[in-house]
Design a protein around this ligand. Structure first.
Ligand SMILES: *Cc1c(COP(=O)(O)O)cnc(C)c1O
Length: 353
């Protein structure tokens, strides 16, 4: 795949690293690739960052044909830049595309788009530990007609946003509310795809929880409203009686790369990890008896996020004394150590640029 590059004539500078926040500042350029049913992927180009124009009948605006990915470029202590398991994001993007009837892309082509773009924007990868250049590849259907069918035109893009440390004030455990009303998705639906629609449908519950003082919701399965699925935009893990339990991938859960990496790290450390159905009743019993030792969410943004409090109905349970647990801390240290190049990558996960 050939990529043409048009550089900006008005480059901007990065705000101070402790003022970055998340997803508010964007780099100088963006990458765009067009797709049509008859010609396939074509005209890959990196151009100055700016607005894009869409036909008012564009598929994405009416029928929500949109998928995305999220990964980070990390600055190592030696000054180099690296990605974390990018092929996992690329494969997942293609699985999401298949589910949403959007076009798939050759894995090596997508890797080349990603690495070419990050290399061009290298100066935007911040330097302090915990900060990163957040990369957002996304794709949307772009037919200029209102008929409902698999799209005949699509656009793939990558934008990037330098992001501050998620834990500027230290790793504070969060309060989570088990959501009993809305569901995120159902088996057979789009839960395993990283698509915008899943987020549009789950925002309401998140806002309601925020009003009650909880930072995110814990979703139950959409069929029986009985089994734990995931937390907001993170997967979830529990330590119950010494064993690590995480919901199995039934199709309605997003298969997180952090989840997969946590499982591999935990197994390498000798922990027993069960991917299985976990009912909310079992979890409540474990909280009441004290068998639940730790709970945490895991995802690219936070890496791991300890859960200090969990509410279900009118009851609220404190987990691990409301403090970060030993396993959660260990996972944080190992994963961030590998990502920022501070500890040896014995798993062969980093991709150096
Ligand atoms: C992206 C995402 C995750 C976490 O996946 P990672 O690959 O670990 O970042 C979990 N749940 C949802 C709903 C997501 O969109």
């Amino acid at each position: 795949m050939k990529i043409s590059i048009t550089k900006t004539t008005t480059p901007s500078t990065m705000p101070p690293e402790d003022k970055l926040g998340f997803g508010k500042v964007f780099t100088d350029h963006m990458l765009i690739v067009d797709w049509t049913e008859s010609e396939g992927w074509k005209d890959a180009r990196i151009v100055p960052f700016g607005r894009i124009s869409l036909h008012p009948a564009s598929t994405v605006l009416h029928y929500g044909a949109e998928i995305f990915e999220g990964l980070k470029a990390y600055r190592r202590a030696d000054g180099g830049v690296q990605l974390f398991r990018p092929m996992e994001n690329i494969k997942r993007m293609n699985r999401s595309a298949e589910r949403m009837s959007l076009p798939e892309m050759d894995e090596q082509d997508m890797l080349k788009l990603l690495t070419t773009f990050v290399k061009l924007e290298e100066k935007w990868v911040p330097k302090s530990f915990g900060t990163s250049l957040y990369l957002r590849p996304f794709m949307f259907g772009d037919d200029e007609a209102l008929g409902v069918h698999a799209v005949k035109r699509a656009t793939f893009m990558i934008i990037a946003s330098p992001s501050g440390s998620y834990y500027k004030e230290g790793i504070n455990p969060v309060s989570i509310m088990i959501e009993g009303e809305d569901v995120r998705t159902v088996r057979g639906g789009t839960g395993y795809a990283k698509c915008g629609g899943n987020y549009a449908a789950s925002t309401r519950a998140g806002e309601r929880a925020a009003k009650k003082g909880y930072s995110q919701v814990l979703w139950l399965d959409g069929v029986e409203r009985k089994y734990i699925e995931e937390v907001g935009a993170m997967n979830v893990m529990f330590k119950i009686n010494g064993e690590i339990v995480t919901p199995e991938l039934t199709g309605s859960i997003l298969p997180g790369i952090t989840r997969k990496s946590c499982i591999e790290v935990l197994k390498s450390l000798g922990y027993k990890v069960s991917e299985r159905l976990l009912s909310v009743d079992e979890l409540v019993d474990a909280m009441k008896s004290g068998a639940l030792e730790e709970a945490w969410g895991c995802g690219t943004a936070a890496v791991v996020s300890p859960i200090g409090k969990l509410a279900y109905g009118d009851n609220e349970y404190v987990i691990g004394g409301g403090k970060i647990g030993e396993v959660t801390q260990k996972l944080y240290d190992i994963l961030t150590g590998i990502q920022w190049g501070k500890v040896e990558d014995t798993f062969n996960w980093v991709y150096k640029l």
